[in-house]
Design a protein around this ligand. Structure first.
Ligand SMILES: Cc1cc2nc3c(=O)[nH]c(=O)nc-3n(C[C@H](O)[C@H](O)[C@H](O)COP(=O)(O)OP(=O)(O)OC[C@H]3O[C@@H](n4cnc5c(N)ncnc54)[C@H](O)[C@@H]3O)c2cc1C
Length: 484
């Protein structure tokens, strides 16, 4: 059989059975090299550079600019929001897990700019706010579901208001390092290459690109499945609820409590669904049967998980994974259309522009938040905010429905004097990372690092010279809530 013919047959067979074939690995990389000639390029100067305009980066840039720093946000895509707008279902979590611990006080433990953002997004009609979970209350107390397009719009609006120089469609490609300090970064856009110099830097690229280019210590754990997520239009969450109810498989549920609610629910998940042809096939191709929405007749997020064979840092491994996941998503949409009554005319209306990773590089910082720190609810002298959600609940929960602190040291990149890490790239222990990597934690890390970077720039200090009280006062001023 000719190769082309074989591939076509294999693909069709895969779509029919759910066992989509994985493309073969390509030949090893060439050993040829090319030496780039030196070149003069334009340079600009800012106080603070934030690399990556995703979940953490937006809040880092907002915090830095509000602190008075001339701030540039460098983002490779044409919008800001990152994985919060591409991968997730609900934004976990602004609250402690009070619903799982009777008698424990309900506390909104992440406040500051992230909470302000959600309040504005809710007022725009782009967020559920904080409705309480009806079932699944030992996993999260509330469900904050977002409209991803309005999220992106609001991110732009707030960045503009704060005076951040928003450099979207701009890729950070290397770093300029002198001794223990980063002096600048090199970017590429359609306009060409540019150097951007600054006093302090925040790496919020998810992948840890800036840290790696600056020579920071890192590892690549490759310990998670990656994922693309799609939106399914012409599919009503109430029909999905009826279907699960019929099969006695209703799992996590959160009602929509907004006055002008379009649906009765913002979150719906299957639990122990026994439905041959759907549940088993969905599992085989990694399609999750948990969804959230804030819209009528539209399931905003359906995840398609896939463990990349190889590394999330390998270009060719990722290219093969992108192809594979697109096939699986199409198959997932097809399964739901076929089996869920009311979904007969459903179609895939949105997908993420590229595969979302749960972890890329793990960056070594001055402190590594441990599993015990998280579940014991430890706080530190240099806390920069409190956090109370764990993605492995109810197996792992923070003691007594409380919170733990993210210490400032956990965000200071080891060996470099003016570089912070924020987002999914901190915390080595997989179990602890299953807490710190969540959206709202990344937002809090963003506000903390952006504030610190701006203060260091204003006072011409290195990150380890910044007095803790000065940072704490600025964070309190910025609305951050502390538990210790
Ligand atoms: C599939 C999936 C589902 C998830 N579900 C949930 C959930 O339901 N609830 C929850 O709370 N959390 C969830 N998470 C976790 C959470 O969403 C992420 O851990 C978090 O959003 C990561 O934020 P970040 O700022 O570290 O990275 P990101 O939000 O990914 O931001 C990184 C940004 O940097 C940009 N970038 C990268 N490299 C460069 C470069 N070289 N130059 C310029 N820009 C660059 C990227 O384009 C991106 O915008 C999920 C994660 C995944 C992957």
């Amino acid at each position: 059989m000719r190769r082309r013919e074989f591939s076509r047959k294999a693909l069709l067979a895969g779509l029919a059975t759910g066992t989509v074939p994985v493309p073969p690995r390509s030949a090893p990389a060439s050993e040829d090299t090319y030496e780039e000639p030196p070149k003069k390029i334009p340079a600009r100067r800012f106080d603070v550079v934030v690399a990556g305009g995703g979940t953490a980066g937006v809040f880092a840039a907002l915090a830095a600019a509000r602190e008075g720093a001339r701030t540039i946000l460098i983002e490779s895509k044409g919008y800001c929001g990152g994985t919060a707008t591409e991968g997730g279902t609900a934004i976990h979590s602004f609250y402690n897990l009070y619903t799982a611990f009777p008698g424990v006080e309900k506390r909104k433990v992440v406040q500051g700019i992230p909470d302000e953002f959600i309040t504005r997004l809710t007022a725009m009609g782009g967020c559920s706010g904080y409705p309480e979970m009806q079932t699944g209350r030992d996993y999260d107390s509330v469900c904050t579901a977002v409209d991803v397009e309005l999220y992106k719009l609001l991110a732009f609006e707030m960045l503009e208001e704060a005076g951040v120089h928003v450099a979207v469609n701009t890729l950070l490609t290397s770093a300029i390092r002198k001794g223990d300090r980063v002096e600048g970064v090199i970017t590429e856009s359609h306009g060409g290459r540019e150097a951007v110099m600054a006093h302090a830097f925040v790496d919020a690229t998810g992948y840890g690109d800036l840290c790696a280019r600056a020579g920071a210590e890192y590892s690549v754990p490759d310990d998670y499945a990656s994922c693309n997520s799609f939106g399914l239009a012409n599919a009503d969450i109430e029909d999905y609820h009826s279907f699960l109810k019929t099969h006695d498989a209703v799992g996590q549920v959160c009602p929509d409590t907004r006055e002008d609610a379009e649906n009765r629910f913002v979150r719906m998940g299957a639990e122990a669904l026994e439905f041959p042809g759907l549940a088993d096939e969905a599992k085989k191709i990694g399609v999750s049967l948990v969804t959230t929405t804030v819209r009528d007749n539209y399931l905003m997020f359906i995840k398609c998980n896939y463990k990349v064979p190889g590394s999330v840092l390998d270009r060719d491994d990722m290219a093969r994974a992108e192809i594979e996941v697109r096939k699986r998503m199409a198959r997932g949409a097809q399964l739901l259309r076929k089996h869920v009554p009311g979904f007969g005319r459903a179609f895939m209306a949105r997908s993420s522009p590229s595969l979302c990773i749960r972890r890329g590089r793990l960056i070594s910082c001055d402190y590594d938040v441990s599993h015990e720190d998280v579940i014991e609810g430890r706080h530190f002298d240099d806390d920069v905010f409190a956090y109370g959600f764990h993605d492995m609940a109810p197996r792992y929960q923070i003691k007594d429905g409380g919170t733990y602190g993210i210490p400032y040291r956990a965000l200071c990149v080891k060996g470099i004097d003016n570089l912070y890490a924020a987002g999914m790239m901190i915390t080595s222990d997989h179990r602890a990372h299953m807490s710190t990597r969540n959206t709202v934690s990344c937002m809090g890390q963003g506000q903390a690092t952006g504030t610190a970077a701006a203060l260091c720039a204003a006072k011409e200090l290195g990150s380890r010279e910044l007095p803790g009280t000065v940072l704490r006062d600025a964070l309190v001023e910025g609305g951050v809530y502390f538990e210790a």
